[in-house]
Design a binder for this molecule. Sequence first.
Ligand code: AMP
Length: 351
Amino acid sequence: MTALPLGSTIGILGDGQLGRMLAGAAARLGFDVVILGPGDHSPASRVAAHAIQADYTDKDALAEFSVRSDLVTLEFENVPVSALNMLLDMGATVHPGPKSLEICQDRHFEKSFARETGVPTADYWVVDSVDDLRAAMRELQGGGILKTRRDGYDGHGQRRLKSGDDPITVYGDLDGVPCILEAMVPFAGEVSVVLARSATGEIKAYDPAENVHTNGILHTSRVPARFDEAVLKSAQSAATQLITALGHVGVLACEFFVLEDGGLLLNEMAPRVHNSGHWTPEACLTGQFEQHIRAIAGWPLGPTDRLFDAEMENLLGEDIYKPLAPGDMVTLYGKREARAGRKMGHVVRKT
Ligand code: AMP
């Protein structure tokens, strides 16, 4: 691919805070952005040169979006793959491509892909019926979590199993949709590797961040993570294996469980910029949003060197009204309503 010319327009599928921050980074590099997403006055649309409010599979909207965009990307992994295929049929260049979405949208595909690539995951069983669940629960040793294969986020679409749970009730709690039953992992911690692969094949990873989740939602990411250098290096090399095997172009986030013995299990991947990389714009020479734009544009990737130890804390709901401390570097997403548990912004601190 030839590098995206200066002053081009980048189309972003998705209209949330990630699109807003991508648009800011694109603007710094001289690109305009057009947003396509369903939201009314969404965080991304209000900072874009143009926004189209429509469903992702609206053919007329996609046609207009395609004409306005020199290159298309995404900030939301649950954009239907059919939307990407329609854009490709219309002649658009789309990074990342459909393969990344197909795999990352489905927990079973994601885990089997990781295993085929040589990256281990937790034990899991595919559950398409109450009988499947009953059989899987018989094989499961210790605790487990039933997760919907698709559309789960921030702890939604998950149900932890307790001993004596009735499979009919448990499966009903997740509306009987296709699921996986995953063995509980007694992890020593969680790390994520955010990395980018450019349209030219160049790869650069950030330092792995150590993540703490509360109620299934990311609470803090810290760098450096407090694990041995060897563990962190193997997380980076597993993530490099995954991004290469996916043929992914853009930023990818790989979340791992770290076991007591230093072993790693892939939990999930996100084919986009990621919440656990929100410390990078402040703490690194090149932030994840700029890196994503560079990667899809076929520009040289920027250096990922970290300038200081850092902590990123999410601001949920009314947290945005808490007073800031000196040195807090805050980003707010411009959401109109501070609902409980909703990601409203984040703070990065030098530690
Ligand atoms: P997920 O949406 O799958 O990333 O899950 C959100 C969070 O729930 C993870 O980051 C973990 O903190 C926890 N979790 C998910 N799956 C497991 C598991 N199999 N064992 C232990 N904790 C888990």
